[in-house]
Write a protein that binds this ligand. Structure first.
Ligand SMILES: Cc1ncc(C[n+]2csc(CCOP(=O)(O)OP(=O)(O)O)c2C)c(N)n1
Ligand SMILES: [Mg+2]
Length: 818
């Protein structure tokens, strides 16, 4: 149902003041004795061990990177090592409370967070389950090297397994968590609740909210922690993720039984530096990251600054904040103060900070300070602590030596097709969860479903063309495919700007508002990065999602999320994770330079995305069905010019039942023998008009609609071009660097011997898109197609060109860059 939130001017214009509450800074004030009562000695010892383990892990990397030799091993580690020496207490404090159901996302400097979370998970998981994970994870590939001749307990085996997996990943070995395809900055291990870490700093800020959304929508236990560096709070996507997480609707409009606000903690690992830039005093003005919470919602995100140089205040804060999240009062912002004693990377000359400052923080070293705390409070003796430290350090050293050994821990071979094999998952998943899908009404009663039932799905009716109002159109086709998946898969959700009450900006979703509860279809803030990022997070957790960008021109606003996140996590996980996201992107017209651009080329350029652009109802339904049944990210372009077009090509019409179209296959829309015209997008209809005129000149054009840019099976194209010997490629994208240039280049190679002339590409001018009244100068017109054929492929008898499509003109334009 549409919502009804009335804004009353009388209330809005009433004199008032905005009140803020105080934000606690280092409020933790428990005495050591009180804490000794909260924790068992073993708990406190585990914190000690974990911190020592992280320090040792990172110190080895520092040494091998700097000197090329460590622990008697000589090795050149070519990749990055962003170390967190100094940040151990913040990491173990963050992880101590978390169970494997609690998921962390992080950044390039996440080794410490990964290790702390893994150690904590190993403590939380039963021996049976640990064994199950180790044996099943990549069929025991990580387990085999560490269990050889090992007689210890399951728990210590799990520690070996985990540390080994982390080192192997960093050294790009087959035996790494992600077969070395993630590496140091992206390592993760989902079975322990460790989710992708992002080398695009702040990247987790837009993704982690989607993971929290998944938990809420699908009633899954646990919280989500987004660990983000202080300097990365300057990143737009972090703000967008926060905005997405703090929407009122979770608590005001959504079913209360779902649990309220998103269960997420934005945890700032505040070490006071970017690389060399300083948020405090230089690059930001906020002074305390915790202050940001005050601008977000009335509860100020329950923001607080805590001392992350001691694990106990951090644990205390996480315990309290987890309680808030359980009460549905998220999101939370924590400003966890720590310090990076190590450089940004081992090559860092620390030119941006003084030796004195580093020494001050070294004197306050969190590990040494904790040692003193434990001995002063009689938790353990110096000898006991030294012995614990020695044991865990020996374990780290052993696993380092094993992981660095190329024989025990090989890289994928040069002939391996591993990377190709994981770029796409290419699976079909009917449903990601087996609970019944939720609807608000019986779909038979849905007004849109009823309306569509009365529409005509064939090109002709009673021998006549179907009037627009009666034709089953592209909007209907997308609606129908999505409705099928909403009915099949309870995890399927859709969101974007104006998706709900408005009916989708272009009315595709009209009818869904009545049918679906808020948590399955909702309006997102105007946060394109937040929208696509949340879709990525939702999918990484195992749910299916359709996100929408209102105009292709807004892709830049979600650039990182489309180009680096949506596209990459399947392959960086070496196929452990899937990405069942359909990103609907509408291509505009008539709205000028910033609302009318076909940016298929941008998506097509990025490895890891499927890129389709159906332009008939039959294709739209079949391709949306395929996209929504698959497990890969599909960028699904739609054209605003033709949303209301009925089916003109498939005589039998658009089936009411379910069918899929192979996302790699182009489609012949008109048969012909003299010249092949390949189109992508609504230029299909331009080509049809041009082909009609060509036929009056005695030429039969074969028209092939590409439908997909990637993947793309060229067979049909090759067959046609070999038959005609001539090919023109047309789309509404600007001519330079477009999808058609790639196809033309490929066809030149595939069909060189059969071509009478080089393939010719006609696109829009390399301009801004001008005003609606001038669009005819910009988008390819039917005459341009004939002119291009006449000038560059086959002179047409008695034909007089109407525009200048000569090679001289092409040369002139390229010289000018227009
Ligand atoms: C989007 C993006 N911009 C810039 C960089 C380069 N870079 C890597 S680390 C870093 C500093 C990040 O500082 P902060 O977020 O405080 O994390 P820290 O390194 O202190 O852990 C920068 C600028 C990047 N990786 N990603
Ligand atoms: Mg920092």
């Amino acid at each position: 149902m549409p919502k009804s939130i009335i804004i009353d001017p009388e209330t809005v214009f009433r004199r008032d003041t905005i009140h803020f509450s105080d934000i606690p800074v280092n409020a933790y004030g428990k005495m050591p004795q009180e804490e000794i009562e909260t924790y068992t000695s073993e708990d406190l010892l585990s914190l000690w061990r974990d911190m020592c383990a992280i320090r040792k892990f990172e110190s080895i990397l520092n040494e091998i990177k700097l000197k090329g030799t460590c622990e008697g091993v000589t090795y050149n580690h070519a990749g990055p090592a962003h170390l967190s020496i100094g940040q151990e207490a913040a990491a173990v404090g963050m992880a101590f409370q978390l169970t494997p159901d609690d998921h962390i996302f992080g950044s390039h400097r996440s080794h410490g967070e990964i290790l702390a979370k893994g150690f904590s998970a190993i403590r939380h998981i039963s021996d049976e389950r640990l064994l199950e994970i180790m044996k099943s994870y990549r069929d025991g590939a990580l387990l085999r090297p560490v269990e050889k001749n090992y007689q210890g307990s399951v728990r210590s085996l799990a520690l070996r397994f985990f540390i080994y997996g982390a080192y192997s990943e960093i050294f790009a070995r087959e035996t790494g968590f992600n077969r070395g395809l993630g590496g140091s900055m992206h390592a993760f291990f989902a079975p322990f609740g460790i989710y992708p870490n992002n080398a695009i700093v702040g990247g987790s800020g837009s993704i982690a909210p989607g993971a929290a959304l998944y938990k809420r929508v699908n009633r899954k236990p646990g919280i989500v922690v987004a660990n983000i560096g202080d300097a990365s709070f300057g990143c737009g996507p972090v703000w967008e993720g926060i905005t997405f997480s703090a929407m009122d609707q979770y608590r005001t409009l959504w079913d209360k039984a779902l649990g309220g606000g998103l269960p997420i903690i934005f945890n700032c690992m505040n070490n006071f530096y970017g690389m060399g830039g300083q948020p405090l005093g230089e690059t930001m003005g906020v002074q305390f990251i915790a202050r940001i919470g005050a601008g977000v919602n009335q509860e100020q995100m329950h923001a607080e600054r805590v001392n992350g140089y001691d694990p106990l205040p951090v644990i205390d804060a996480f315990r309290r904040k987890k309680q808030l999240l359980a009460e549905g009062r998220g999101p939370v912002l924590l400003d966890t103060v720590t310090y990076r004693i190590s450089g940004h990377s081992p090559s860092d000359a620390s030119s941006y900070r003084s030796k004195e400052e580093i020494e001050l923080w070294q004197q306050a070293d969190p590990i040494a300070a904790f040692r003193t705390k434990l001995t002063a409070n009689n938790v353990a003796t110096e000898d006991e602590l030294s012995s614990e430290k020695a044991d865990v350090e020996a374990l780290i050293s052993d696993m380092f030596r094993l992981a660095v050994d190329l024989e025990a821990s090989p890289r994928v071979g040069p002939d391996s097709d591993l990377v190709s094999s994981v770029m796409f998952s290419n699976r079909h998943v009917e449903l990601f969860d087996d609970r019944p899908p939720e609807f608000l009404q019986d779909l038979k009663d849905n007004p849109r479903v009823q309306q569509i039932r009365g529409k005509i799905r064939t090109p002709k009716h009673d021998g006549k063309a179907v009037p627009k109002m009666k034709a089953y159109n592209i909007r209907d086709a997308i609606f129908e495919a999505m409705l099928y998946r909403f009915s099949a898969d309870p995890t399927m959700i859709a969101f974007g700007e104006e998706n709900r009450d408005w009916g989708g900006a272009f009315a595709v979703y009209r009818g869904f508002t009545e049918a679906l509860p808020y948590h399955r279809l909702f309006n997102a803030p105007i946060s394109e990065a937040g929208i696509v990022g949340a879709a990525v997070g939702y999918a990484l957790e195992g749910g299916r999602v359709v996100a929408e960008l209102m105009y292709a021109d807004f892709m830049g606003r979600a650039g990182d999320e489309i180009f680096n996140q949506l596209s990459k996590w399947q392959s960086m996980s070496a196929g452990q994770l899937v990405m069942p996201v359909v990103l609907r992107i509408s291509v505009g017209a008539k709205y000028g330079a910033q609302h009318s651009q076909d940016w298929t080329a941008l998506a097509n350029h990025i490895p890891g995305l499927k890129v389709v652009f159906p332009v008939t109802p039959y294709d739209a339904k079949g391709m949306m069905n395929a996209a929504l049944g698959g497990t890969d990210p599909v960028v699904f372009f739609e054209s605003q010019k033709i949303y209301d077009y009925g089916e003109m090509f498939v005589e039998k019409g658009v089936p009411e039942g379910y069918y899929e179209i192979d996302l790699a296959q182009p489609s012949i829309k008109r048969k012909g023998k003299d010249v092949t015209i390949i189109t992508f997008g609504p230029a299909l209809y331009t080509a049809i008009t041009a082909a009609d005129e060509l036929s009056t000149l005695g030429l039969a054009a074969e028209i092939i609609d590409l439908r997909t840019a990637n993947p793309l099976d060229h067979d049909l194209l090759i067959e046609s071009v070999r038959k005609t010997g001539k090919v023109l490629l047309v789309s509404d994208a600007v001519e330079r660097g477009g999808v058609m240039q790639t196809v033309a280049a490929n066809l030149t190679q595939f069909c060189f011997d059969a071509l009478d002339a080089p393939p010719v590409v006609v696109g829009s001018r390399n301009w801004i898109t001008p005003a609606a009244e001038l669009e005819g100068l910009f988008f390819p017109q039917p005459a341009w197609l004939l002119d291009a054929i006449h000038e560059r492929i086959l002179p047409l008898k008695g034909y007089k060109p109407r525009t200048n499509q000569t090679l001289e003109e092409l040369a002139r334009r390229t010289r000018l860059g227009v």
